[in-house]
Design a protein. Sequence first.
Length: 612
Amino acid sequence: MSAASPSPGREPAFTTRPTLTGTFGMAAGTHWLATGTAQSVLERDGTAVDAAVAAAFVLHLAEPHLNGPGGDMVTLVQPAGADRPLVLNGQGPAPRGATIEHFRAEGLDRVPGAGALAAAVPGAVDAWLWLLERHGTWELADVLEHAIGLAETGIPVSPGLHNAIARVAGLFAEHWPSSARRWLVDGAAPAVGSHVTNPEWGAVLRALVAAGAGAGDRGARIAAARSHWKRVVLARAAEFAAVPHRHSTGADHAGVLTAADVLGFEPSLEPAVAGRFRDLVVYKAGVWNAGPALLEMLGILDRFDDAELDLTDAAGIHRTVEAIKLAMADRDGFVGEAAPAADGVVGDLLDDGYLDHRAALVGALASLDHRPGRPGGRVPYLPPLLTPEEFGDPSLTGSAGEPTVRRAEYTPALAGEVRGDTVHLDVVDRHGTIVSATPSGGWLQSSPTVPGLGFCLGTRLQMAWLDERSPSRLAPGLRPRTTLTPTIVHRGTETTALGTPGGDQQDQWQLQYLLRTVCGGLSPQAAIDAPMFTSGSFPSSFWPRTWRPGELVLEGRTDPGVLRELEKRGHRVVVTDDWVLGRLSMVSRDAADGRMRAAANPRGATGYATGR
């Protein structure tokens, strides 16, 4: 099957902004402060790696409700001249004390969604410093200059940040006093448009620079900063988290992360896994990550013609959603670091015969069932299938991002509320190095702020099941199956970095971008601007792990006739606001002529692309 050529007749007459073009360097992401930081580094002869690291530390400040220093990240990096990307692992494993037996002894049947008991080993900061040391060119002091300045002078409060703090202000005041001191102003969320500083975090960053001041060369200086981060800063965070505090269950628990766990973590560059769709080669993180699900979605849909995948049409949306459900059922059934013969799982899922079989299951009507297959004869793990109503709280949405503590006044709002959970950043330089990064975790609402440090630990362990049979079970030393899933795509001589926040929705929205650009012929910005949709018809990766069988959430801009046809096909249609689903961004470079492109999401009014 051949891909459709871009058709001017299919391109919308209006996009929210142009697809940027240039030859020098491009950056795009979820917040303009990070995008601007990345571009400023490129303009001063920094590489895409230098730029991405500087921007990542800015994102901790610009979107602290969506990522933080105590969190994690997954990044795809393709150095100039390389023929394929590598995966930077910034996802720390479960601590030694994080056993199924310990959690069950605490009276839990799920890992909590908030509170330090759910903390994996923080991997983001160490991984960024590791990448800078080995593959960057700038000094740490220069890279951190942007973040230190913002920590000390303040960042503007966006509506998203204001709303996130407002939702948990009662929790902070009643149970997490260190967070109340850090984030509340006169007992309330800071006003939209006001500026908030984080001098404690700024002091930590200055201490990282100072730790390497006497070292002999650039690499040694960054290594000294890494040592200080783990031996001093994270050791202090682990000690604080060991004091019992309120979790999302409504009970108090103590964290189990220790200084020894922190010292045992080492970032690494790992091989990416690859799948094909039309003339694309799509690269993702491996079986410990949710990324292989996108490869299976694409493999299933590659069995259909371009006209059958028209996302302006109900039939095209229907086929896409059914493929999403099948791939996500297989994700839950087979994908995870604890999977038997994990090294062969992706190959079995992408086997041509198996994909033919899965594509044949896409019928005329929506399936309301959980339907894992048997790739390579494997027997699937069947996770608990509990709806929000069965869990006891119908206001919980299976497609939400970060969780909050479960109590009546803290409960998340109904499906359709604009909620984030993660950030994203893409950078490409004129030499050809390209980076796609999805940092997350350590949200300000994850657990109590560590006094004097200005950040809290993450909650990534909530993605692990307390079930020995699961391929993503909780076990010391194993990484939870994270939803942080950036993408690099090769199409001929062009390389694209792509990603979005959104938890379980990340690969759903990236799938729609790829279908619209490849099968629909849309430009990158038009594909990002187009109305998005998302399925909730699988167990959420976030506490309390509920699902909504048949639920299909679509933006209100979707054609009413399309909505009616989807309902006739059996989808449980939920219409949300016009501009709320997805925060995609992308950059690309064509090695044949050096031409670059960039685009970013208008939703939420913080994402931007820039370049020249």
